[in-house]
Write a protein that binds this ligand. Structure first.
Ligand code: HEC
Ligand code: HEC
Length: 319
């Protein structure tokens, strides 16, 4: 019964029936997990802090100023504007699904969401504040003071601010994209062209780097594997050094965390330098500098159609 011949004969039949009955597909990309169960008081406190402009030194910016949930979890600028009115030097990534990335930041310098929050509040270009100052302000606000005491036994502390923010961020999962519904077994939901686009995404090797549950966010790669992207673009910046800034190792020059492609259709402009204004430009750059290939216009259009199926929902609406 278990001869290879038996398997060859029945496997295709099995495949057909599994799909027809709406079973999850066995694919290299995986649907987003459910939002984890967490203390609702901590989530709500984190939500308020995420929208709190007093986390910046001059009360000008909250996390949500740059990470707009109604704009895909980022903003539409190549470079967001910091608390002091000056543009930042690197593009703002989405906070949606960031909890699923193996590291935080383009160069992966933070291991956790808590460390990320630690840094951004004190960053001299982003929020420009100090933790002692933040803790002082929140302690002096009776509403925050009691919300903290209810959520955490030790009340308002730097660690608890960071924990609450991270707890909230873990709820920012953009579930229910059409592609995830497809992976979960609703194979009718994608058009034939979108399915071909996914096939091309795999065949050309985009999936070698953009993979897993976040379709990215689980490895570092050089930007410019098949050519010198930075020389062609011109005007090198410090941010272009990528992971080299963290490790000072020569092999990490121009190396970045592979970004997630979830919601990519609604998070233009693209790349750490915000240089690609459209998905089409970004995909061109990827073909040229990451794969060293030139696709047919047809294949490129199919891949873009596939990328548009990766837009998930938030608050019951498509992002
Ligand atoms: C002035 C705009 C701005 C503000 C305000 C801001 N961020 Fe960011 N955020 C950025 C930029 C730019 C990056 C990328 C920085 C880098 O990679 O070096 C980033 C990166 C992140 C990341 C990493 C995402 C990833 O995939 O690597 C998270 C998470 C995040 N921010 C959360 C927050 C939280 C929480 C706050 C508030 C405490 C906040 N941000 C405030 C602009 C901002
Ligand atoms: C060798 C690894 C690798 C391959 C192969 C690859 N990518 Fe990328 N991709 C990256 C890296 C690294 C970045 C981030 C570059 C940067 O901005 O520093 C990126 C960025 C992107 C972005 C921009 C995302 C954003 O939010 O800014 C898109 C879109 C993208 N890739 C699509 C594709 C497609 C489509 C393919 C196949 C045609 C592909 N990639 C192949 C590594 C790769």
């Amino acid at each position: 019964m278990s001869s290879p011949f038996y398997y060859l004969f029945f496997a295709p039949l099995l495949g057909c029936c599994l799909i027809a009955s709406g079973e999850p597909l066995d694919e290299p990309l995986k649907p987003l997990p459910a939002v984890p169960q967490q203390n609702p008081l901590q989530v709500e406190l984190g939500r308020r802090l995420f929208n709190e402009p007093r986390l910046s030194v001059n009360n000008s910016l909250s996390c949500a100023s740059c990470h707009r949930l109604e704009s895909g979890g980022a903003d539409a600028l190549a470079f967001s504007i910091g608390f002091n009115g000056a543009p930042l030097t690197i593009n703002t990534p989405s906070v949606f699904n960031a909890s699923l990335n193996f590291r935080q930041f383009w160069n992966g310098r933070a291991d956790t969401l808590e460390t990320q929050a630690h840094e951004v509040v004190q960053s001299p270009s982003e929020m420009g504040s100090h933790w002692e100052h933040v803790v002082q302000i929140l302690t002096a606000d009776p509403a925050y003071k009691s919300a903290f005491t209810q959520a955490y036994p030790d009340g308002v502390t730097m660690n608890n601010v960071q924990k609450a923010l991270a707890t909230y961020e873990r709820t920012l999962i953009s579930a229910n994209s059409r592609f995830d519904q497809y992976l979960l077994g609703n194979t009718e939901i994608l058009t034939i062209e979108e399915k071909y686009g996914y096939q091309r995404f795999k065949d050309y090797g985009c999936i070698a780097c953009h993979q897993g549950v976040n379709i990215g966010g689980n490895m570092f790669q050089k930007f410019g594997v098949m050519g010198d992207y930075f020389q062609v673009r011109g005007n090198p910046t410090e941010a272009d050094l990528g992971r080299y800034l963290v490790t000072k190792a020569e092999e990490d020059r121009n190396v970045f965390k592979v970004p997630s492609l979830r919601n990519v259709a609604v998070t233009a402009p693209y790349f750490h330098d915000g240089s690609a204004k459209t998905l089409e430009e970004a995909v061109d750059v990827m073909f040229k500098f990451q794969l060293g290939r030139k696709p047919s216009d047809k294949d490129k259009a199919l891949i873009i159609k596939f990328l548009k199926t990766l837009t998930g929902e938030w608050g019951g609406k498509s992002l």
